[in-house]
Ligand binder design. Structure first.
Ligand SMILES: NC(=O)C1=CN([C@@H]2O[C@H](COP(=O)(O)OP(=O)(O)OC[C@H]3O[C@@H](n4cnc5c(N)ncnc54)[C@H](O)[C@@H]3O)[C@@H](O)[C@H]2O)C=CC1
Ligand SMILES: O=C(O)CCC(=O)C(=O)O
Length: 344
């Protein structure tokens, strides 16, 4: 199938061009609906979706486009479905780079590096050539941090700050674990941090988190009142959650990943509430936590005016330091392996 172009409605106001790659895959199947109904950019913001997948998936993608049309979503102006990066990336405002091979049971995410590095090399170059220089990029395909670094390096004309990777799913998982432990709704848990790699070395950190209980802000450590759990099962549950979902579903997380992508981009565009932060994989250059420069590392960030700033000044004890360094070491190793694969 050649590029499929569907104009659904002509809407007043300037439409945002949003590209989703891996558009025929399982994450995209949940993600596209949420984006096109206004969960990310607002209920009144017209959207043009550009959908990229590989040529053999074009027939499947045709069905996805039919379904988007059949949803009769008022802000979805146009859909372009294509296997051509130039068409998918031209003049886009936002890129959600989901398309990549997922891991199967028994694999680590870094085992995907060889298969997926070339995808992000090619897409980085195409973003550099065709996307707006203001494009905001979130990389989801695994290993997400290193793929984001590859895309960033291959797109030197786009500011480094415009590249990020998804660790919001890990943050949401951590938040839910703490909410369950304290018997509060997830909305009562704030400022959980994910440090480092979206991998089993990530460090989910509740030391600075807050739990609102009976109308009062409590430190999560007090609300949970179980240090052994916070330093043990809590961390390993979050680190291994992706693998647990694969073991149960025989497929990787998709609904929760799509929700997390929406949370990530919505906060990037619309900002974080006062006094709250979220976690995003961003370039480590100039950070105050002693994380080596030149990595896409997940930090606590505040978002405002479409820009992120790392939250400085959180105390780091010896336990946290060790975990933060371990995940940085893994990222440095992944980076070296990836750049060897793509010959850079
Ligand atoms: N960072 C995170 O928190 C998470 C990351 N993931 C990762 O997201 C990726 C996608 O997962 P699923 O949607 O479940 O996989 P899927 O296999 O259902 O879909 C992937 C889609 O990407 C397409 N694709 C492959 N190469 C492409 C290319 N060069 N350009 C455009 N599209 C291409 C495939 O044809 C397929 O349609 C995987 O790498 C998975 O590990 C999944 C969940 C969470
Ligand atoms: O775990 C995986 O490899 C796929 C999905 C994922 O990244 C996750 O569920 O966190």
């Amino acid at each position: 199938m050649a590029t499929m172009h569907k104009v659904f409605y002509q809407l007043p106001g300037k439409a945002l061009r949003v590209c989703v790659t891996g558009a025929a895959g399982q994450i995209a199947y949940s993600l596209l609906y949420s984006v096109a109904k206004g969960d990310v950019f607002g209920k009144d913001q017209p959207i043009i979706l550009t959908l990229l997948d590989i040529a053999p998936m074009m027939e499947v993608l045709k069905g996805v486009v039919m379904e988007l049309q059949d949803c009769a979503l008022p802000i979805l102006q146009e859909v372009i479905a294509t296997a051509d990066e130039r068409e998918a990336f031209t003049d886009i405002d936002v890129a959600m780079l989901v398309g990549a091979m997922p891991r199967r049971e028994g694999m680590e995410r870094k085992d995907l590096l060889k298969a997926n590095a070339k995808i992000f090399q090619s897409q980085g170059k195409s973003l550099d050539q065709y996307a707006k220089k203001t494009v905001k990029v979130v990389v989801v395909g695994n290993p997400a941090n290193t793929n984001a670094l590859i895309a960033m390096k291959c797109a030197p004309s786009i500011p480094k700050e415009n590249f990020s990777c998804l660790t919001r799913l890990d943050q949401n998982r951590a938040k839910s674990q703490i909410a369950g432990k304290c018997s509060v709704p997830t909305s009562a848990v704030k400022n959980v941090t994910i440090w480092g790699n979206h991998s089993s070395t990530q460090f989910p950190d509740a030391m600075h988190a807050v739990v609102v209980k009976d109308g009062k802000d409590l430190k999560a450590t007090e609300a949970v009142n179980d240090d052994a759990w916070l330093k043990g099962d809590f961390i390993t549950t979050v680190q291994k959650r992706g693998a647990a979902v694969i073991a149960a579903r025989k497929l990787s997380s998709a609904m929760s990943a799509a929700k997390a992508i929406c949370d990530h981009v919505r906060d990037w565009v619309q900002g974080t509430p006062d006094g709250e932060w979220v976690s995003m994989g961003v370039i480590s250059d100039g950070n105050s936590y002693g994380v080596p420069e030149g990595l896409i590392y997940s930090f606590p960030v505040k978002l405002s005016g479409g820009k992120w700033t790392i939250v400085d000044g959180l105390s780091i004890d010896a336990f946290a330091r060790e975990k933060m360094d371990l995940t940085a070491k893994e990222l440095a190793e992944e980076r070296d392996a990836a750049f060897e694969f793509i010959g850079n």
